[in-house]
Design a binder for this molecule. Structure first.
Ligand SMILES: NC(=O)c1ccc[n+]([C@@H]2O[C@H](COP(=O)([O-])OP(=O)(O)OC[C@H]3O[C@@H](n4cnc5c(N)ncnc54)[C@H](OP(=O)(O)O)[C@@H]3O)[C@@H](O)[C@H]2O)c1
Length: 274
């Protein structure tokens, strides 16, 4: 069945490969990127090969939370429903770790912006919709002060691993509490490690290696988005290194710690909106 699928960070790496696959499968694909020129180029490239599906593009720099809500409004204006949201956009190495809103950019882009986007888009989801969140094998206990942007100077890996645990924690929390906190018709929420050291710009810049075939990541994202194996996977973590559902970092299974991370993200969103 033809689905409407929004993929963030579609302009490079795993997101780009995934977008190409989804277009070939004739789905309606909503592309997100932060660079207007890269996004326009991608849309033109995909328009040339698409057969049946519809394409749309949305620009937003996720290091600014205001731009996330502006983008969400455009998505809501242009679409009656959303079958799948793939929260793929992410950063590892950056020249400036602080955002204009006083956050650490790794937390902002990798954990807080996708939470904000998912919440804003709730009116488009029903209980069969899926939110696929990009986790990682790199997961480390979240320092709440770093999440808040109060503690600065975390090195690349430390901040990245904490931000990836934060998205894994809120994924399970959202899945478990979708009825109470997010409305009866909340979506299935799944965290996915797409595979380690896949050959993207992020991996080349971070580790100086070419990395493995990006289609390893694109294939698992398409399965998580579309396949029946993931129908009952809400709240679970899929580890594509071991090719199975697996236990995430123990903190992600701790309801108290996960609720605290969500409470802090909510407080950041409230603060930035004020
Ligand atoms: N590659 C791996 O081995 C691996 C392993 C585990 C998890 N992951 C996760 O997989 C996801 C995709 O990573 P990748 O390896 O494909 O990296 P990538 O090639 O660097 O792609 C990242 C995507 O995110 C976008 N992005 C970066 N900063 C942004 C911002 N401030 N606002 C909006 N969009 C932004 C990029 O836009 P531009 O095109 O403008 O740069 C690009 O489209 C990430 O969440 C990453 O953490 C990757």
């Amino acid at each position: 069945m033809q689905k409407t699928i929004l993929i963030t960070g579609a302009t490079d790496g795993i997101g780009l490969e995934t977008a190409k696959k989804l277009v070939k499968l004739d789905h309606h694909v909503l592309l997100h990127g932060r660079s207007p020129s890269k996004l326009a180029e991608l849309q033109a490239q995909l328009e040339a090969v698409k057969a049946k599906g519809r394409l749309a593009s949305y620009v937003a720099d996720f290091s600014t939370l205001a731009s996330v809500s502006t983008m969400a409004e455009s998505v809501i204006d242009g679409n009656e429903s959303l079958d799948v949201l793939i929260n793929n956009a992410g950063v590892f190495k950056v020249s400036d770790t602080n955002t204009s809103e006083g956050l650490d950019v790794r937390f902002a882009v990798n954990a807080i912006a996708p939470y904000a986007l998912t919440k804003c888009l709730m009116p488009l989801f029903d209980s069969s919709s899926r939110v696929v969140n990009l986790s990682s094998a790199a997961q480390a206990s979240v320092d709440i002060d770093a999440l808040l942007g109060v503690k600065t100077g975390l090195d690349d890996m430390e901040a990245y691993a904490q931000s990836k645990l934060a998205i894994t924690m809120w994924s399970r929390h959202m899945a478990k509490n979708r009825v109470l906190e997010y409305g009866l018709d909340g979506p299935v929420v799944i965290a996915v490690n797409p595979g380690s050291l896949l050959g993207s710009k992020m991996v080349r810049e971070a580790f100086g290696v070419e990395g493995a075939d990006l289609t390893i990541g694109a294939d698992i994202l398409c399965r998580a988005a579309l396949s029946d194996e993931f129908v009952d996977a809400s709240g679970k973590y899929y580890d594509n290194d071991s090719k199975q559902f697996a236990a995430p970092h123990p903190d992600a299974l701790d309801d108290t710690l996960s609720s605290e991370v969500v409470r802090v993200i909510e407080s950041i969103l409230k603060d930035k909106a004020a």
